[in-house]
Design a protein around this ligand. Sequence first.
Ligand code: G3P
Ligand code: CA
Length: 246
Amino acid sequence: MKVYAHRGYSGAYPENTMLAFRKAAELGTDGIELDVHLTRDGVLVVHHDETLDRTTDGSGRICDLSYQEVRSHNAAKLWSDRYAPEKVPAFEEYCEWAATQDLVTNIEIKTDNTYYPDIERKTWDMIVKYGLEKKVLFSSFNHFSMTRMKEIVPDYVRLGALVEHESGVKVFPGAYCKAAGFQCYHPPVARLNDENVADCKANGIQINVWTVNDMAGLEKLYAWDIEGIITNYPGVPLGWLASKKA
Ligand code: G3P
Ligand code: CA
C-alpha cells in the first residue's frame, strides 16, 4: 500500500506549496498528490481551488489572472502565524524538484469546474521535459481529461477516474474504468465497500483512495490490498506500515 501526501504534507504545512512537498518527501512518502490549473497567460500552476481566495491573500479566478499576478500572493495565508510566505508553485518548479526525488506524483487535472483548453498536453509536455514519465499518475473528476490524456501519453502511464461522494447511483467502478481505458479508480474512502473493491479486482483496476485522515480504517484498507492511500498526514500510515513489516 503506497502513501501519497495529499496536496503535500497539508496536515501540517500550507497545502500545495513547495514547503508542503519538501516536508512530505522528508517523511519518506511514496508519492505526492497535487492539483494543476492554467493561468490566463497559459502557465501551469499548482493550486487546489479555482480561485485564490481561500488559501492566499489574493482573490480571483486563476484563469483570469496572469502568472505574475498569481505569484504575487502568499499561499501560506492560512498558516501565517507559523510559516513565512510561500508562493503558488509553478508546475515547472515542482517538476524540476520532483526530478531529484524518489517519489511518484499523482497529478490531478482540475478541470471539473473550469475546462482549460489543452491543459492535458501542456502538463504532459512538462513531465517529458523533466524526465518524469515513469514517476507520474494522473487523475481527474472530469473523465474527459483522462480520455484526452490517454490519447497523449504512452500505455504505461496510469490514469485514474476520480469520483465524488455517494450519488445514490449504483456503480461498477472496475467495469467502468476498464471500459474507459483507465487503470485506476480514485474514490473517497467512504465510498469503498466489499462489492466495489471486488469489482475493481475482477477488472484489474487499482484503487487509490482519498482522503484517509482517520487512521482507524487502515487495517481494512490493507486487508483489501488497496494500491494507494492519499492522506494529509503521511507520517502516520508510513509509520504504521513500517511497523507491520517489522
Ligand atoms: O485526488 C484526491 C483528492 O485530492 C480529490 O479531491 O478536492 O482534494 O482535490 P480534492
Ligand atoms: Ca486533488
